[in-house]
Design a binder for this molecule. Structure first.
Ligand code: CAA
Length: 420
C-alpha cells in the first residue's frame, strides 16, 4: 500500500553495540570490573536519542510523534512502558504522543512502520528509536527470554537455546534439500566479522574470525545445543550476538525536511514498505523464509522496482543460514543458490550487491528491539557516504531492509531510495 505522503529518513545515530567480546564490555575479568558498569537501558536510549537530535539538528519541540521498538525490557531489565521512557529523553517531548511497539526481533521495524503511518496521516517529524539490553542475564537465561518470540508452550522444550535450535532445524532441512556444508555457512560468518572489524560501533569490532575457525566445529567454536539431534547443525560462529544497544532515526515529510532547513538531496526516501505476519502456532517449510519473501516483495512492488535493481541490503542474519535464505526470499539468488552468492563475494562490501555492510546481526550485533531501526539507518549512512572504513565505493540508488521477528513470523521490509 503506497504511502499517502512521501516519507524521508533525515539522519540518526547508533550507540556502540556492546556485549561479550567487545573490549569496552564490563565482565568479571575486565580491568574496570567493580569500578564501572555497563550502560543501563536509560543511558543507552538517551545516547542514541541525543545522537539523533545532534545529527539531524531538529528542534525537539518540532517533533510531532515518537515511537520505540523493544522486545522484552520487562525480563532483562524489569522495565516496560518504554513510550514514556522515550518521552523522558528530552523535556520538550513531555506531553507528545509516544508509544512502544513489540513484534519480537521485528519490534524496531514495527516502530518504523508506525512512524511512516504517522507521516502519512499528517505528521511532519517523527522520531523512531529501538533499544534492547540483554547482557544482564547469561546466554542460557537469555535463551529462555528470547524463546517468548517463538510459540513458548509448543517450542520452548526444543532446547535451552530455543532460537539457535529452531534455526539448526532449518540448516538441517536446507542441507537435506540442497546440500549445505560448514564451509558454505563460514563464508557468511567471515563476511560479518570482517565488516564488523571495519565498523567502530560493532559488537565484534575487535574480534577476528578466520574461515578455518568459522568452518571448524570444536572446542573453540562449539556446537553448544543440548538437543543431540540438532547439535551438529549449529556453531557459535553461526549465531547473532547477545548485545546491548540502541539506534534512533528521524523521519520527515517533505514539509518536515523543509522545517529542518534541509533539502530532499540530504535524505533517503522510504519508497516502499512491506509487512507480513504468519501464525505463531504452525511451522512452514523450513527451507524457505516465506514471510521475508512476502514482505520484501510487497516493498519492492510498492517502490515499483525488482530485486535486480537493488544496490545494497540489510537482512536479518540472526543466524548465518537466515542470511542465506533471505537472499533467496528477496530474489537476489534462486532457491538453493544463496550460498554461492556469499562464496563468490557478490555480497561483500566491494561486491555487486553488498549485504550487511556494518557486520549484520552476527558482526554488528543484535540488540533485538534496535535492529529494525539500525537497518534503514545503515542504508541511509551508506547512501550518504557516512560509513568510514566500511563505506561502499560505488554509488547507491536503491536499498532494501528485511527485519524478522521470531522464526519468519513478523517481517518488516523497506525499500529505500537515495535522493540526490
Ligand atoms: N563445548 C560445548 N559447549 C559449550 C562450550 C564448549 N567448548 N562452550 C560453551 N558451551 C555451551 C555451554 O553449555 C554454555 O552454557 P552454560 O555456560 O550455561 O553451560 C553455552 O554453550 C553458552 O556458552 P557461553 O555462555 O559461554 O556462550 P556465549 O556467551 O559466548 O554465547 C551463544 C554464545 C550461546 C551463541 C549466544 O551468543 C547466543 O545465544 N546467540 C544467539 C542469540 C539469539 O538467539 N538471538 C535471537 C535471534 S532470533 C531472532 O532474531 C528472531 C526473534 O524474534 C528472536
Amino acid at each position: 500500500m503506497a504511502l499517502a505522503r512521501r516519507a524521508f529518513i533525515t539522519g540518526g545515530a547508533h550507540t556502540t553495540y556492546l556485549g561479550k567480546g567487545h573490549p569496552d564490555f564490563i565482565w568479571k575479568r575486565h580491568p574496570d570490573f567493580g569500578t564501572r558498569e555497563n550502560p543501563t537501558l536509560e543511558e543507552t536510549l538517551q545516547e542514541a536519542v541525543d545522537g539523533c537530535l545532534a545529527d539531524t539538528g531538529v528542534d525537539p519541540q518540532q517533533v510531532d510523534r515518537l515511537y520505540i521498538g523493544n522486545f522484552v525490557g520487562e525480563l532483562f531489565v524489569n522495565q516496560g512502558h518504554l513510550g514514556a521512557a522515550l518521552a523522558g529523553t528530552h523535556p520538550a517531548f513531555s506531553g507528545k504522543p509516544s508509544a512502544r511497539l513489540e513484534g519480537a526481533c521485528a519490534s524496531g521495524g514495527l516502530a518504523l512502520l508506525a512512524g511512516l503511518d504517522a507521516i502519512a496521516a499528517g505528521a511532519d517529524l517523527v522520531l523512531v528509536a529501538g533499544v534492547e539490553i540483554q547482557t544482564t542475564a547469561s546466554a542460557r537465561i537469555g535463551g529462555d527470554y528470547l524463546a517468548r518470540a517463538a510459540h513458548y508452550r509448543r517450542q520452548r522444550a526444543l532446547d535451552d537455546f530455543t532460537f539457535p535450535a529452531l534455526f539448526a532445524r532449518r540448516i538441517r532441512a536446507y542441507g537435506e534439500k540442497y546440500g549445505l556444508s560448514d564451509e558454505d555457512l563460514a563464508h557468511f560468518a567471515v563476511k560479518a566479522y570482517a565488516n564488523a572489524n571495519r565498523n567502530p560501533l560493532a559488537h565484534m569490532h575487535a574480534k577476528k574470525c578466520s574461515f578455518e575457525h568459522a568452518a571448524t566445529p570444536g572446542d573453540r567454536n562449539p556446537q553448544f545445543l543440548g538437543n543431540v539431534e540438532l547439535r551438529p547443525y549449529m556453531k557459535v560462529t553461526d549465531c547473532s550476538q547477545v548485545s546491548d544497544g540502541a539506534s534512533c532515526l528521524l523521519l520527515a515529510s517533505e514539509a518536515g525536511v523543509a522545517k529542518l532547513g534541509r533539502t530532499l538531496a540530504d535524505t533517503v526516501e522510504v519508497a516502499g514498505r512491506g509487512h507480513a505476519v504468519d501464525s505463531l502456532y504452525t511451522d512452514g517449510d523450513f527451507t524457505e523464509l516465506r514471510m521475508v519473501r512476502a514482505a520484501t516483495h510487497q516493498a519492492l512492488a510498492d517502490a515499483s522496482i525488482s530485486a535486480g535493481d537493488l544496490d545494497v541490503a540489510e537482512v536479518h542474519d540472526c543466524f548465518t543460514v537466515a542470511e542465506l535464505m533471505s537472499y533467496e526470499a528477496i530474489g537476489l539468488a534462486a532457491p538453493g543458490q544463496g550460498a554461492a552468492l556469499a562464496r563468490d563475494g557478490a555480497t561483500a562490501i566491494d561486491g555487486r550487491i553488498p549485504v550487511n555492510t556494518g557486520g549484520g546481526l552476527v558482526g554488528f550485533g543484535h540488540p533485538v528491539g534496535a535492529t529494525g531501526v539500525k537497518q534503514p539507518l545503515e542504508i541511509f549512512r551508506q547512501m550518504k557516504g557516512l560509513c568510514g572504513d566500511y563505506q561502499v565505493k560505488q554509488p547507491m540508488s536503491w536499498g532494501i531492509t528485511s527485519n524478522m521477528g521470531g522464526d519468519d513470523k513478523t517481517v518488516v521490509s523497506c525499500v529505500l531510495r537515495n535522493q540526490t
